[in-house]
Design a protein around this ligand. Structure first.
Ligand code: PNW
Length: 440
């Protein structure tokens, strides 16, 4: 089974890439890294499937050279990776030289292989010591994060193709502080609201710190889910609009319009930190690109409560992935144009992909659903570009099967299969198909 697109269908310079994140692949117990909030979160029964954590993960810390070979050999142009805050600053204050050395080697390894480095500074491993001080609820987090930014980028900032300070502000704030699904596992509207603001303040201060180092190629990575009303009632439409506001309009509004959506502020205003309106000049730093992470849509209906946001997600009718996420490529097309309403900066699709049920046949790993998913989503990108959208690249989540957060090692997002006993890597059918599609 082959992919039905090829490199030549896209403009010269369009980047096909793949993405990972530090905690999900490196092995958090190696190289002098400090404990992060995910190590702590995973210790409490019920938070993560089987209590699994990222202590070893894919052992990328020791196997990074072979992993970068897999990126190059697939014919990919770029590799989106992240730098662990707890590896670089184990106690949140002091720098661990081994941590910086690791990212220095990794970036050189990409350049030696002709791969463009796309860095994310924060993909969720806050040092436990900083979480103890309130983490994203504490306004000082923005200064802590700017400090971390300066340490990392003083070392590797001269070799970046792109950098984003924060991966997915919605997950950092809402999923982790209101829904409680990710570390630190809070279910608190006030904590979530503060995190929603502080994460953007941190984005702004981190961007300023990188500009002070003379860097370009700076962006922001948003994640989006298409909010579909569960039926044609006015109530469902109203609730889907609330979901859309928190998820898809809040963070773009702060970064590109110096405002939060009025229909959401109406509800969250009382929980906002003092003086929040004065922070937009820091938050809305000029950027060079914007990223979209997109996976699925959600069906939204009333939850029967009188507590904001009054909504719940319902089971949908479309084909699903192993995450039970509906496959809905029109949503990616939608969010490319939606982003275009906020900015005309180049757009990177910084994550798109699925967890698949893989079949092993004669030592080959078959993931036909991934090939179909990539076909339909790349076609959605192409359609938006044909309509005038400014898309500069498409990045597949993920290179390797890895630690899928609260779902542990069960969910397989990789182009490359990982046996979590032997840690052996086996490129899947989709990896081989990609290699054919991307050949020059
Ligand atoms: C993204 N949700 O996260 C992340 O950037 C990756 O680290 C992750 O592995 C990937 O998507 C697949 O899940 C999300 O529950 C995790 O709504 C969870 C949600 C959204 C995004």
């Amino acid at each position: 089974m082959q992919l039905d697109f090829k490199r030549g269908d896209f403009p010269d310079g369009f980047l096909f890439g793949t993405a990972t994140s530090a905690y999900q692949i490196e092995g958090a117990s190696f190289g002098g890294a400090g404990l992060c909030q995910w190590d702590i979160f995973a210790q409490t029964p019920g938070n993560v499937v089987r209590g699994e954590n990222g202590a070893v993960a894919c052992d990328h810390y020791h196997r990074w050279e072979a992993d970068l070979d897999l990126v190059r050999d697939a014919g990919l142009d770029s590799y989106r990776f992240s730098t662990s805050w707890a590896r670089v600053m184990p106690d949140g204050k002091t720098v661990n030289p081994e941590g910086l050395d690791f990212y220095d080697r990794l970036v050189d390894g990409m350049l030696e292989r002709g791969i463009k480095p796309m860095a994310t500074l924060y993909h969720w491993e806050m040092p436990a010591a900083l979480q103890d001080l309130g983490g994203w609820r504490n306004r000082d987090v923005a200064d802590w994060f700017a400090d971390f930014t300066t340490h990392v980028m003083t070392r590797i900032g001269d070799r970046m193709h792109t950098v984003a300070p924060v991966n997915e502000p919605w997950c950092v704030a809402w999923l982790s502080h209101f829904m409680g699904h990710h570390a630190p596992g809070l279910r608190d509207i006030r904590a979530a609201t503060r995190a929603m603001h502080h994460v953007l303040l941190a984005h702004g201060k981190s961007t300023q710190a990188m500009r002070a180092l003379g860097m370009t190629g700076l962006g922001a990575v948003m994640n989006h889910e298409y909010a579909q009303p569960v039926d044609d009632t006015e109530e469902a439409a109203r609730l889907a609009r609330i979901y859309d506001g928190i998820y898809n309009r809040w963070f773009l509004g702060g970064v590109f319009r110096k405002e939060y959506p009025a229909d959401i502020i109406e509800h969250l205003g009382p929980h906002m930190p003092h003086g929040w309106q004065d922070d937009f000049d820091t938050i809305a730093q000029p950027l060079d690109w914007v990223g979209i992470n997109y996976y699925t849509r959600k069906l939204i209906g009333p939850d029967g409560s009188d507590l904001f946001p009054y909504l719940e997600e319902r089971e949908g009718p479309l084909e699903k992935t192993a995450m039970d996420w509906e496959i809905y490529p029109d949503g990616l097309h939608h969010f490319i144009h939606h982003t275009g309403q906020y900015t005309d900066l180049p757009i990177y699709i910084t994550e798109n992909g699925l967890a698949s049920y893989d079949r092993v046949e004669d030592g080959r790993v078959m993931d036909a659903q991934r090939i179909r998913y990539l076909n339909s989503h790349v076609a959605a990108v192409k359609r938006a570009m044909d309509e005038g959208a400014n898309v500069a690249g498409y990045t597949i989540w993920s290179l390797l099967d890895n630690y899928e957060w609260a779902l542990g090692y069960d969910k397989r997002f990789g182009l490359v299969h990982v046996d979590f006993d032997s840690l052996e890597r086996t490129p899947k059918q989709s990896w081989h198909a990609l290699k054919t599609a991307l050949a020059h």
